[in-house]
Design a protein around this ligand. Structure first.
Ligand code: PLP
Length: 374
């Protein structure tokens, strides 16, 4: 069997089946069942956040965040992320305005925010890409100066801390994805995090059709609820997250050592990151030609890396053409290598051997074209 970029972690089946027995007994399958309530409580404790709402995916989390803040207008956002960051803005009737990324951290460049602000600007929506925190302090400063709201797409940032505080505690709202490919997962799922009581109240009714009791409504809502079956998976995976991160760290360090000196570069971790989660193993190749050669050689060995994130989101047909040269350059050269709990040391060795042999055969790239990443 081949090696994919990721493999979902599955807990011991007996443990999940144990939760199923309780679900059958209670016949309470969804709508704030006891396992959903328990998972939300455990997640709040683990992550160190005040309010957390478990929802059915990370995209609805972004959509509800935009709705809860009543945002309509231009939203400054990163072109280097998964498509849901941009598509949720468009879906909710706002306009994404792309602000280029920092070539070292690959997160939105806070120095470029102010130049992109217009009278229509209402918010900043940035991604902690690969779990690497944005420059949250610089972003807060700009937002405060201009009265903008801040949403963080923290889909990759489960368990990450900045200055010993959960990175989810920055901005007005942070959203998480618990999709099967993410570090912590509930098969499908996500969460909305905020420390603002008023916003929390709004989010709580928005994710449940606006219901305030069986016959009353606070306002318009949507179905963002998740089920007991999804919560049960989360309750099985959560106690093992620290072990998953520990092993991913070990594998990442093995990659680092084996790829040193090959010309393969790594994004730089944001300063003051006190806990990283190793949610991906992103690399930046010296050129797109090198990336394609590496990908083809790995594919020939039945190893499937992924071009996260390609294409740069400012080039999507439905956003109109906006300029973001750093993101466009990086997105042609970024490749995520396989990283998951069950990946073996010897498999990392094989992957690095293939990459090394391709890189040795690559023509040298003019140093002016290279961005320093580490
Ligand atoms: C996975 C992901 C999402 C979407 O989450 P789903 O749970 O799949 O809807 C949003 N943003 C980013 C950056 C992601 O990686």
């Amino acid at each position: 069997m081949g090696i994919n970029v990721t493999k979902s972690y599955l807990p011991p089946m007996e443990e999940y089946v144990g939760y199923l027995a309780g679900i059958w007994e209670r016949a309470h399958l969804t709508n704030a069942g006891p396992l959903v309530v328990e998972l939300e409580k455990s997640l709040k404790e683990y992550l160190g956040v005040k309010h957390l709402f478990f929802v059915n995916n990370g995209t609805i989390a972004l959509q509800i965040a935009l709705k809860a803040l009543d945002l309509k207008g231009e939203i400054l956002t990163t072109p280097f992320s998964y498509v849901a960051t941009t598509s949720s803005i468009v879906w909710e009737g706002s306009v994404p305005v792309f602000v280029d990324i920092d070539p070292q951290t690959l997160c939105i460049d806070p120095n470029l925010l102010e130049a992109a602000i217009t009278p229509q600007t209402v918010a900043i929506m940035a991604t902690h890409v690969y779990g690497n925190p944005c420059n949250v302090e610089a972003i807060a400063e700009v937002a405060q100066r201009h009265g903008l709201r801040v949403i963080y797409d923290a889909a990759h940032a489960f368990g990450v801390t900045y200055k010993d505080n959960s990175v989810l505690n920055y901005g007005d709202i942070s959203t998480l994805s618990f999709h099967a490919t993410k570090l912590f997962h509930t098969v499908e799922g996500g969460a909305i995090v905020t420390d603002n009581d008023e916003l929390a109240h709004k989010i709580s009714y928005m994710r449940n059709f606006g219901h305030n009791g069986p016959e009353a409504f606070w306002g318009v809502g949507v179905n963002g609820k998740s089920s007991e079956f999804h919560a049960a998976m989360g309750l099985c995976v959560l106690p093992r997250v620290d072990e998953l991160i520990r092993r991913r760290r070990e594998l990442s360090e093995r990659y680092d050592a084996l790829l040193a000196g090959t010309g393969v570069r790594r994004p730089q971790l944001q300063e003051h990151t006190t806990r990283y989660n190793y949610s991906y193993y992103p690399t930046v190749m010296p050129s797109e030609q090198a990336l394609l050669a590496v990908r083809d050689a790995l594919n020939a060995a039945d190893i499937i890396p992924r071009r996260y994130f390609y294409p740069s989101l400012n080039t999507l047909e439905y956003t109109g053409q906006q300029s973001a040269p750093v993101s466009e350059d990086i997105s042609t050269r970024a490749l995520c290598l396989p990283l998951y709990y069950e990946l073996l040391d010897e498999e990392v060795d094989t992957i690095c051997r293939v990459i090394k042999s391709v890189m040795e055969a690559q023509p040298a790239v003019a140093s002016a074209q290279q961005l320093s990443l580490g």
